[in-house]
Design a protein around this ligand. Structure first.
Ligand code: GDP
Ligand code: MG
Length: 178
C-alpha cells in the first residue's frame, strides 16, 4: 500500500458562533468541546477556537469552532472571523427578547462576510430559564424556517441539545462537501 489510497482522508471544517453578548456562545463551546460550564465567564482577548473530532462514514472529521472574544459587544466582529466558515451557530437567549431581535442583523453579517457557509443553525440558548422565557419556541422555529436554517433550543447549563446542535451542523457540512 502506498500513500495514494484515500483511507486516511480527513476533513477540517471551520464553524463560527455568533450572536449578541452574553447569550452563552462561549459556554456552548466549552460545554461541547470540554464538557465545562462557567457561571461567571468573561470575554477574553483575541479570537479563539477549539477543535473537535468526529467520525463520520469511517472518516475523521475535524470541526474547528471559533468563538468571539467579546468583540460582538462593540459590533466589531471582523471579516477574518467569518472567512472560510462552512457552518454557523447563530445564538440568542430565550430569556432576552433583544437578543432574538438581533438575529436578522447577525444573519446579514454572516451573508456579507462568508460565501462558504453551507449549514446554519438558529440556537435559542438558556432553555433552562423557562420561567422567564421571552421568546416562544414557535417564534424561533418560524424564523429558522423562513431563513432555511436548522433550529434547536439548548442549555449550556444543563447540557440539553448542545452536542446535537453542533453535530447536526457538522454532519450537514460533511454531507454537502462529500
Ligand atoms: P457569550 O458572551 O455569548 O459568550 O456568553 P457566555 O457564554 O459568556 O455566557 C454569558 C452568561 O450566561 C454567563 O453568566 C453564563 O454562565 C450564562 N449562561 C450561558 N449559557 C447558559 C445557559 O444555557 N443557561 C443559563 N441559565 N445561563 C447560561
Ligand atoms: Mg463569549
Amino acid at each position: 500500500m502506498d500513500s495514494s489510497d484515500d483511507e486516511g482522508e480527513e476533513y477540517l471544517f471551520k464553524i463560527v458562533i455568533i450572536g449578541d453578548s452574553a447569550v452563552g456562545k462561549s459556554n456552548l463551546l466549552t460545554r461541547y468541546a470540554r464538557n465545562e460550564f462557567n457561571l461567571h465567564s468573561k470575554a477574553t482577548i483575541g479570537v479563539e477556537f477549539q477543535t473537535q473530532t468526529l467520525e463520520i462514514d469511517g472518516k475523521e472529521v475535524k470541526a474547528q469552532i471559533w468563538d468571539t472574544a467579546g468583540q460582538e459587544r462593540f459590533r466589531a466582529v471582523t471579516s477574518a472571523y467569518y472567512r472560510g466558515a462552512f457552518g454557523a451557530l447563530v445564538v440568542y437567549d430565550i430569556s432576552r427578547r433583544t437578543t432574538f431581535d438581533s438575529i436578522p442583523r447577525w444573519l446579514d453579517e454572516l451573508k456579507t462576510h462568508s460565501d462558504t457557509t453551507v449549514a446554519r443553525m438558529l440556537v435559542g440558548n438558556k432553555r433552562d430559564l423557562e420561567n422567564i422565557r421571552a421568546v416562544s419556541v414557535e417564534e424561533g422555529k418560524s424564523l429558522a424556517e423562513s431563513e432555511g436554517m436548522f433550529f434547536m433550543e439548548t442549555s449550556a447549563l444543563d447540557s440539553t441539545n448542545v452536542n446535537k446542535a453542533f453535530e447536526i451542523v457538522i454532519r450537514e457540512i460533511y454531507n454537502s462537501v462529500s
